[in-house]
Design a protein around this ligand. Structure first.
Ligand SMILES: Nc1ncnc2c1ncn2[C@@H]1O[C@H](COP(=O)(O)OP(=O)(O)OP(=O)(O)O)[C@@H](O)[C@H]1O
Ligand SMILES: [Mg+2]
Length: 503
């Protein structure tokens, strides 16, 4: 029998109040793309952090090529040929590609020669895998998809033959995902082995040789794409049937909630990125903005939520004019906001879960009376939201940072949907969520619309836009180039519009 390149046996990892990994067995063949699937908090990242030497397992053994090894830190992992691309990149923005790749390497001489040699090697690797990377580019000037390639090259530079990618596609456009998959396939052809984590079942089915499902810290089995389906994978993960298709009633459009007219917004560098945009979101309507990431949707939402000033145009919320740059006023007008970047704008990571759950209403009744916080009321509310939104946390006082990525996202969504609001602005609301949670959040967004609220949804997932929106505006280079009703929208049409082809 052929030995696996990697085998994890009986891995146990315990955190205070959580059994993150419960006797997990996992093996990886040479030249195999093996996906790890599981609900938010199932233990995927923890298991990979153990393999990469970031966490020490409480029990269990790791074998590389049949030989038992100890991995005490990432440099042990690297010397055993294991590289990891984390979900939140660990690159330094103001440094160049080369500097980032060389960072932490045991270079004997930091002279010119070594840097030149490194650059050549980076060019060589970049050419070999068609990465299109310039070793002198600064990280901060590169799109996310390219930054991710720097992370991959960093691992290849260190001669990794086992590559771990933790949710690499959650921040990529469909085009970038295709490019990443081409790269992964060519790595596989060269005999590299890859562990791939994603919540997108279609992706997992298309890229994997083998799929292992974790649930509640346990491995519940492995399947191959030929012998399974999206529906079966979803049930394996969640332990019940999951409805992948969203049900919704016909829209009953009411009065305008948000009116945007000729809006112009500059980005932080002063370039006009939102160019004379006009649209209206009405009561009982989900207005979806479809577009490839980076076409102005981020700045549009930041301007509407008071995070960025706008240069020209008018924003009217239920008859009240917004002047820009006043997030508190926006909140008080009844606008809920699920931001695109949960860690930067959605959460205070060092705060307990409880505080993050009432972050925008703590100063008002019933949570605060005459300036004094009422902790029993706050705690009660937090516990209820945790239950309702199935947030996996040991308790309300747990520090938010220690929760899994998807569970952090659920805190933001729960908090924003739990308030009495007029308008919900949701950017990539289900990014990083497992299928069961996506189903739940979609249901909640539809309930918000059916309760006669307005919903502005920004998503780069066409499936999400198509299943939720009543009206779709396609954004391209800062302009809404077309607005259509859901009945007229097809995937093909939207795809073309998103590429700037007016149909
Ligand atoms: N450093 C830590 N301290 C305390 N608890 C932790 C820590 N890291 C992870 N956990 C807990 O371990 C459990 C598994 O988390 P993990 O991050 O492995 O989940 P995951 O499967 O990657 O989920 P997601 O899909 O949401 O990223 C969670 O309950 C989480 O709260
Ligand atoms: Mg994770």
């Amino acid at each position: 029998m052929k030995t696996d390149i990697l085998s994890l046996q009986g891995i146990v990892k315990i955190f205070p109040g959580v059994l993150a990994n419960d006797h997990i067995d996992f093996s990886l063949g040479k030249g195999e793309i093996h996906s790890l699937l599981g609900e938010n908090g199932a233990g995927k990242t923890s298991l990979m952090n153990i393999l990469y030497g970031l966490y020490t397992p409480d029990e269990g053994e790791i074998y590389i090529n049949g030989r038992k090894v100890q991995i005490k830190n990432p440099s042990d992992a690297l010397s055993l040929g294991i590289g990891m691309v984390h979900q939140h990149f660990m690159l330094i923005p103001i440094m160049s590609v080369t500097e980032n790749i060389m960072l932490g390497m045991e270079t004997k001489k930091i002279g010119m020669l070594d840097t030149e040699k490194a650059k050549n090697r980076i060019r060589e690797l970049s050419g070999q895998y068609k990465f299109n990377l310039d070793p002198d580019d600064l990280i901060k000037d590169l799109p996310i998809g390219t930054q991710q390639r720097v992370e991959i090259i960093k691992a290849l530079y260190r001669e990794a033959n086992i590559l771990i990618l933790d949710e690499p596609t959650s921040v990529l456009t469909p085009q970038e995902t295709e490019e990443l998959f081409a790269i992964l396939r060519s790595l596989k052809d060269e005999g590299k082995s890859i562990i791939f984590i994603s919540h997108k079942l279609k992706e997992v089915l298309s890229i994997s040789d083998k799929i292992t499902v974790l649930r509640d810290g346990r491995s519940i089995g492995s399947v191959t794409p030929e012998n399974t389906s999206e529906q079966e994978l979803a049930s394996m993960m969640v332990g019940r049937e999951v409805i992948l298709k969203v049900e919704k009633n016909v829209m009953k459009r009411g009065a305008p909630v948000l009116q945007v007219k000729d809006l112009e917004v500059n980005d932080q560098r002063g370039a006009k990125v939102v160019d004379s945009i006009s649209f209206t979101v009405n009561e009982g309507e989900i207005f979806g903005i479809a577009g490839v990431q980076g076409n102005g949707q981020t700045e549009l939402i930041q301007a509407l939520t008071g995070l960025l000033p706008f240069q020209n145009g008018e924003v009217v919320m239920k008859g009240v004019k917004l002047t820009g740059e006043d997030p508190r006023k926006v909140t008080l007008l009844g606008i809920a906001h699920i931001p695109e970047d949960r860690q930067k704008y959605g959460l205070v990571l060092q705060y307990p879960v409880r505080d993050n759950l009432i972050l925008c209403s703590y100063y008002a009744e019933p949570f605060s009376k005459r300036g004094i916080l009422d902790y029993p009321v706050i705690s009660e509310k937090a516990s209820r939201l945790i239950e309702e939104y199935d947030i996996r946390t040991p308790g309300i006082n747990t520090v938010t940072e220690t929760l899994s990525g998807g569970n952090q996202q659920k805190i933001v969504v729960a908090r924003e949907l739990a308030r009495d609001i007029n308008l919900l602005i949701a950017s990539q609301p289900t990014r990083g969520l497992d299928v069961g949670s996506v189903e739940y959040i979609h249901k909640k967004i539809i309930e918000t619309r059916d309760a006669r609220r307005g919903v502005l949804l920004v998503s780069s997932e066409l499936d999400e836009i198509m299943s939720l929106a009543d009206t779709i505006g396609v954004i391209y280079k800062g302009k809404i180039i077309k607005t259509l009703n859901i009945e007229e929208a097809t995937k093909e049409k939207l795809g073309l519009l998103m590429a700037g082809v007016n149909v």
